[in-house]
Write a protein that binds this ligand. Structure first.
Ligand code: BDP
Length: 696
C-alpha cells in the first residue's frame, strides 16, 4: 500500500456497520444527473460499493413501490438532490431550501409517507458534492450507526468564499519548494497528456472543500508567461475541464511583464492604454476558452519579479488594471503582499523586513477594486516555524483579504520531518487583531466577515507532487487534509480534524488512532524544540533551506538576522530602541510585544535582543532554554520513531515502513540540529549547560 488513496480509501466497513448502512443506501434517488451531479453520483456509488460491498441502484423517483425487489432496505433510500428539488419533493421546507448557501448542504433523516430517507440536499450541485463527501466521511469513520442514521440532522456551509491551493510548479516539471517529486501537471516544458493523476488530485481536493487553484509558480518564468497566450490556452483549458468536474476553478499566476515578454509591447506600465488594452484582450481570450476561469495570482516587485514600481506606479495601479480586464467576465485578481527589499543593507538597522508588507499596503487600503484580494502570508517574514501573526491583518480594513499558508514544509522539515501544521494554523486563525475591538480574529478578516466584505478566503501553497503517496512523507497528507478542513471551517478544532484524518487514513483501531493523533499534535513543538529558538527563525542553509546553519543568512543581503554575539541574541523590534515594528499592531499586542516583561516566551527573540542570561517566564535563562529544548527535541524526535514502531502489525507493511524510514531520518537530523545550535551558542556565550551535558 503506497498511500495513494490518501483519505479516500473507503475500506470495507465491519459487517454490522455495513449492514445497517446498506439498508439506507442500497437505493439512491437522484433526480439530477448532468455535470457536477454526475460527479456526485459517481463518487457516491463507487464509495458505497467499496465501503459496503453492494452495487447501489440509482433511480430518479422517490417511490416506495419502486423498491419492491429490495427486502432488506424496504422503504428506505438515500435521496440526493438540490435543496430546491428536495423542497419540491416535500422533504425540505421551502424557506430552508431558499436560505441554503450555494456551497452548503443538509444531511437529514426524513420521512414521506411510507418512505424514510436520508436526505442529502445541496444549495447547488457544488453544495451537494461537499455534502456527499461529508456523508462518505461519516460513513468511513464509522459514525453512521443505527441510532445515528435514524436521526441525522446536519447542516453545514463553508465559512470562506475562496478555499484555494497555490501550486509553485514550473513547466519543466520541477516544483519550487516541492518535496514530493515532480509536477503532476507539467513535464519538459509541456502539459502532461495523461490526466489520470490530475483527476485523482481534483477528487482529493474537492473532498475537503477546495474550490480554486493555481497550477503554476508565482515566480512566472519565460515558458509559463505563455500560459495566457493562444499557444498554451488549449492545454490550460483541458486542465480546467478536469477541475470543473469537481467544482474547482482554475486560475493562473501571471508575469506582470507579460505585455512585453509575450505581447511584444515596449512597456508593461499599468497606466499605459496599450498595456491595458492588451490585458483586456487576453482576459477575453482566456474566458472564451474557459468560461469559469477564476482569474490571476500576482507576485510583483518582489524577489526580482517585475511590477508596477518599475514605472513609478503603485500596487493599486497594477492590481486595478488587471482587475478591470477581468471584471466583465467575473474574474478576480489575487495580489500577493509578500513584497520586501531582498537586497537590504544588513548594517542598517532601521530597515526591517518584518515591516515591509504593512508599510507597502496599508497606505493603499481602500484603493483596490472589488474584484481584487490581497493575499497575506500568515507571518511578517516567511513561513518560519514560529512567527507572530502578520500585522497587515488588522491594518487593512477596506480591502478584500486572503490568508496565505504554506502547506509545503519549506522551513519545517521539507516533508522529511514530521511537522503537522494544523495547530500552528489554528493559532493564526484564532489570533485576535483587535482591529475593531475584541473578536476581530484573523479567521474573520480572511473570510471577509469582520468588515462585511463579500469575498475573502484562505490559500495554501501545495505540498504535493508525483510521489506515489502525493506528499513524500505519508503523514504530511494530514497537512493537506487539515488545510482544506480549516479553509472550510476555521472553527474546527485541531483535535477533531486530526482524529478524522487518522481514522480515514488508518482505520478505527483505538491504539492506532491515539498514537498517530498524539504524534501529529506533538510534532510542531518537537520540530520547534530542536530548530531555531524562541521565534528568531531561519538558521537554515541558504538557498534550499534544509538543515541547520546558524549564520547561514546572518550576513547575507536577504536580510534576516538573529544578531547573536557574545553578550546576547534577538532582534530588537521595539519602538523605544529598535525597528519600531511593534507599532504595527493594535493594542494590546503592540504593548505586549513592546514589553520585555509581557512578550510571550515563544516570540521573545523575534521582538527583543536580550542577554543569554535573561530569564524567561518559564523561569529558565535564554541560554539554558536553548540547551534544554535542543536536547529534549532530539530525544522527542527519537521518541517518534519508538511511538510509531509500537504500531507494527497494526498498519499495513508498505505504509508502516515508509513512515518509519522518514522518522528515522528525522531523528538523525534532529541530532545534527541539536549539536550545531548548542555548540554555536555555547561558544558564543561561554556559558556551560547547567546540567553538564556534553556539547560538541
Ligand atoms: C519563499 C520561498 C520562495 C518563494 C517565496 C514566495 O523561499 O521560493 O518564491 O517565498 O512566497 O518562502 O514568493
Amino acid at each position: 500500500d503506497t498511500g495513494y488513496d490518501a483519505w479516500l480509501r473507503y475500506d470495507r466497513l465491519p459487517e454490522r456497520q455495513a449492514g445497517v448502512l446498506t439498508g439506507w443506501c442500497r437505493r439512491i434517488v437522484m433526480p439530477e444527473r448532468e455535470g457536477l451531479f454526475h460527479t456526485v453520483r459517481r463518487e457516491l456509488t463507487a464509495a458505497l460499493a467499496s465501503l459496503l460491498g453492494i452495487e447501489p441502484v440509482v433511480t430518479d423517483v422517490l417511490d416506495a413501490d419502486a423498491d419492491a425487489a429490495d427486502t432488506t432496505g424496504a422503504g428506505r433510500a438515500l435521496v440526493v438532490a438540490t435543496a430546491e428539488r428536495a423542497a419540491g419533493l416535500g422533504l425540505l421546507a421551502g424557506e430552508e431550501a431558499g436560505a441554503l448557501h450555494a456551497d452548503g448542504f443538509v444531511i437529514r433523516t426524513v420521512r414521506r409517507g411510507d418512505v424514510r430517507a436520508v436526505l442529502l440536499a445541496g444549495g447547488t450541485a457544488r453544495g451537494l458534492l461537499y455534502g456527499a463527501f461529508h456523508f462518505l466521511r461519516l460513513a468511513s469513520i464509522g459514525s453512521l450507526n443505527d441510532r445515528a442514521l435514524e436521526q441525522l440532522d446536519i447542516a453545514d456551509r463553508p465559512r470562506n468564499p475562496l478555499r484555494m491551493i497555490n501550486h509553485w510548479d514550473n513547466m519543466d516539471g520541477s516544483i519550487e519548494r516541492g518535496y514530493a517529486g515532480k509536477s503532476i501537471f507539467f513535464r519538459d516544458g509541456k502539459f502532461i497528456a495523461d490526466k489520470t493523476r490530475v483527476r485523482d488530485y481534483a477528487r482529493l481536493l474537492a473532498s475537503i472543500g477546495i474550490n480554486a487553484l493555481t497550477i503554476n509558480n508565482v515566480n512566472v518564468h519565460e515558458t509559463e508567461t505563455k500560459l495566457i497566450t493562444d499557444e498554451l490556452l488549449p492545454d490550460v483549458a483541458a486542465t480546467a475541464d478536469i477541475f470543473r468536474e469537481y467544482g474547482i476553478r482554475l486560475m493562473l499566476s501571471i508575469n506582470f511583464a507579460a505585455p512585453i515578454q509575450a505581447g511584444g509591447l515596449p512597456t508593461a506600465d499599468p497606466l499605459d492604454p496599450a498595456v491595458r488594452a492588451w490585458w483586456r484582450e487576453r482576459a477575453a481570450a482566456i474566458f472564451r476558452r474557459i468560461p469559469d476561469f477564476g482569474g490571476f495570482l500576482v507576485k510583483a516587485d518582489s524577489e526580482f519579479r517585475p511590477g508596477p514600481f518599475t514605472y513609478g506606479r503603485d500596487h493599486a495601479d497594477g492590481a486595478n488594471m488587471l482587475a478591470e480586464a477581468l471584471e466583465p467576465f467575473g474574474g478576480i485578481v489575487i495580489w500577493r503582499c509578500f513584497v520586501y527589499n531582498c537586497l537590504q543593507d544588513w548594517r542598517d538597522r532601521t530597515t526591517d523586513r518584518a515591516k515591509a508588507a504593512y508599510d507597502h499596503f496599508v497606505p493603499l487600503d481602500g484603493r483596490f477594486k472589488d474584484n481584487v484580494l490581497l493575499q497575506i502570508k500568515n507571518g511578517p517574514m516567511d513561513f518560519q516555524v514560529r512567527e507572530p501573526v502578520s500585522p497587515l491583518f488588522g491594518g487593512l480594513t477596506r480591502t478584500n483579504q486572503m490568508l496565505e499558508l504554506q502547506i509545503t514544509q519549506e522551513y519545517t522539515g521539507q516533508q522529511r520531518h514530521l511537522c503537522y501544521l494544523v495547530p500552528q494554523w489554528k493559532e493564526v486563525l484564532d489570533f485576535d487583531t483587535y482591529a475593531c475591538g475584541e473578536g476581530t480574529t484573523v479567521a474573520r478578516i480572511a473570510s471577509g466577515s469582520a468588515f462585511g466584505r463579500e469575498t475573502g478566503g484562505i490559500a495554501g501553497v501545495s505540498n504535493i507532487g508525483d510521489d506515489p503517496n502525493w506528499t513524500g512523507h505519508l503523514l504530511a497528507q494530514a497537512n493537506l487534509y487539515g488545510f482544506g478542513r480549516l479553509a472550510w471551517n476555521p472553527e474546527l478544532s485541531a483535535e477533531d480534524i486530526t482524529d478524522e484524518w487518522v481514522r480515514l487514513t488508518f482505520g478505527g483501531d483505538p491504539e492506532t488512532v491515539r498514537t498517530i493523533a498524539e504524534m501529529l499534535l506533538d510534532s510542531w513543538r518537537i520540530y520547534e524544540n530542536y530548530t531555531a529558538p524562541l521565534g528568531v527563525g531561519w538558521m537554515v542553509n541558504p538557498g534550499h533551506h534544509y538543515g541547520p546553519n546558524v549564520d547561514g543568512y546572518e550576513y547575507s543581503k536577504w536580510g534576516t538576522y538573529h544578531f547573536a554575539d557574545c553578550r546576547g541574541i534577538g532582534v530588537d523590534r521595539t519602538v523605544k530602541t529598535g525597528t519600531g515594528f511593534t507599532a504595527q499592531y493594535h493594542k494590546p499586542h503592540s504593548e505586549i510585544y513592546e514589553s520585555l516583561e509581557q512578550c510571550p516566551d515563544e516570540l521573545l527573540l523575534f521582538f527583543h535582543h536580550v542577554p543569554y542570561t535573561h530569564r524567561l517566564h518559564s523561569g529558565k535563562t535564554v541560554i539554558q532554554h536553548i540547551y534544554d529544548t535542543h536536547f529534549e527535541g532530539a530525544e522527542q524526535a527519537r521518541g517518534l520513531v519508538e511511538r510509531w514502531s509500537g504500531l507494527k502489525g497494526r498498519i499495513d507493511t508498505g505504509r508502516f515502513l515508509q513512515v518509519l524510514r522518514r522518522l528515522e531520518e528525522q531523528a538523525e537530523h534532529a541530532k545534527e540540529w541539536r549539536d550545531v545550535i548548542n555548540t554555536y551558542f555555547w561558544r558564543k556565550s561561554g556559558i556551560p549547560d547547567a546540567r553538564g551535558r556534553k556539547i560538541y
